[in-house]
Design a binder for this molecule. Structure first.
Ligand code: PEP
Ligand code: CO
Length: 428
């Protein structure tokens, strides 16, 4: 893919020398928490942009991403479980594409593959893969994590003061009153605990945040895969939780081979083409010791296919004894194109896939362990529907994503409220 091998090697050598973005102990903490999610004691909220851009590496965009995930997690806590917050950020810069070229006005060029690989502009220079971008991606990831850690340390995410988490949408959303009740009841519980114990349990007041991205570009991932003192194995220190995409999960492919060798908890996106036999094999290859918390299956079948696809996989894995966290990505199976050619997703389809997944998993004796959303903290108009009623005509107004359409701020909050209802209805 890269024309200039020397420049590539040079960038990779630099990348391999730079300090890690995350630590092995954070990674092990996440793995333990995911083991809890597998037992039904915690719930994963994973979300962020489909494709992060270098341009969006700025303070207000990062703070908004953190805020929407925090606010959603606060709502989801009403389901009675601790929430594991995983941002789809600080590395989500490489994208698989269904077409390798793009044609505009008779000119055909390579597709845009994410800011880590090439540039979105439509010229040959923009679309030629540039190894320097690997370093720029690492730096943007580092800047993002640095700011997130500072915000968290500075109290931005402090559950003692959820009332400070300003709610832009609050006045016009029908969910506003419900949200304010959640905030008040959380504040009251914390004050009550503080009164009777004299201190606030750190488990509640401290907010952990983890990062994740699709581990697509193996050069980038490998350069940051290292051994650490006093722990066995190899850690991908570019992110806590890398996942394998639906297009690269083939059993004899390079991605499975790489992921097999790392110690991090990992995800695998799975779609309708995966057979139960392949699923069993995939789990055996990626988690040969059947270690709890190691493997999360992120299923993305679409509202119209989840009924037929999910149960056979859950049953086959239960028979094989494989331990997995079931996480629903209700976005990628529900993408459609409007008559005017805009890629979108419908709120009700996203919700429907979540609802069906909760029910099917319960009927199979398993449970939904988490959710994976493409979302943003801004009120963009990329997905249709929701209480604020984004219509096809609205899509043109504020459509910013470079790849897949994201739930906007209001749609994400509303989804969190509807999801917590589903969680309560479906027991554990
Ligand atoms: C994505 O998460 O943006 C993606 C490409 O998903 P999938 O691999 O499930 O298609
Ligand atoms: Co996407």
């Amino acid at each position: 893919m890269y024309g200039d091998q020397e420049a590539l090697n040079d960038a990779l050598c630099q990348l391999a020398k730079l300090p890690p973005l995350v630590t092995s102990w954070e990674i092990e903490t996440l793995k333990r928490q995911l083991a809890d999610a597998e037992r039904g004691e915690r719930f994963v909220l994973q979300g962020g942009d489909c494709s992060e851009s270098f341009e969006d590496c700025e303070s207000s965009a990062i703070a908004k991403k953190l805020k929407i995930l925090l606010q959603m997690s606060l709502v989801l806590m009403q389901g009675g479980k601790s929430i594991i917050r995983v941002g789809r950020f600080a590395g989500q810069y490489a994208k698989p594409r269904s077409a390798s070229t793009e044609t505009r006005n008779g000119v055909t060029l390579p597709t845009y593959r994410g800011d880590m690989i090439n540039r979105p502009g439509f010229s040959l220079a923009d679309r030629t893969p540039d190894p320097e971008l690997l370093l720029r991606a690492y730096e943007r990831a580092a800047l993002t994590i640095n700011f997130i850690r500072s915000l968290i340390d500075g109290g931005f995410a402090d559950f003692h003061h959820p009332e400070y988490w300003d709610l832009g949408f609050v006045t016009k959303s029908p969910m506003a009153a419900e949200y304010m009740r959640s905030v008040e009841s959380l504040g009251e519980s914390l004050r009550f605990l503080k009164t009777i114990t004299g201190h606030t349990p750190s488990e509640i007041s401290r907010v952990d945040f983890f990062t994740s991205h699709e581990g697509l570009h193996l050069y980038y991932e490998q350069a940051q895969t290292r051994q650490v003192p006093r722990r066995p194995g190899w850690y991908n220190l570019a992110t806590h939780f890398p996942w394998i995409g639906e297009r690269t999960r083939s059993l004899d492919g390079a991605h499975v081979e790489y992921f097999r060798g790392i110690t991090n908890p990992i995800g695998v996106k799975i779609g309708p083409a995966l057979t139960p036999a392949e699923a069993v094999r995939l789990c055996a290859v990626l988690n040969p010791e059947n270690e709890p918390g190691r493997l999360t299956l992120i299923h993305r079948f679409g509202a119209d296919r989840v009924e037929q696809c999910l149960a056979p996989l859950v049953e086959a894995l239960a028979r094989s004894g494989a331990r997995v966290v079931w996480c629903c990505d209700p976005m990628h199976g529900n993408t459609e194109t409007t008559k005017s050619g805009i890629k979108t997703r419908r709120f009700e389809k996203v919700l429907s896939e979540l609802g069906q997944s909760c029910r099917i998993l319960r009927e199979c004796g398993a449970h939904l362990g988490g959710v994976h959303f493409e979302l943003t903290g801004d009120n963009v108009t990329e997905c249709l529907g929701g209480a604020s009623g984004v219509t096809e005509a609205d899509l043109k107004r504020d459509y910013r994503t470079r790849v897949d359409p994201r739930l906007n701020y209001e749609q994400s909050m509303e989804m969190a409220f509807l999801l917590v209802r589903l969680m309560k209805e479906n027991g554990r």
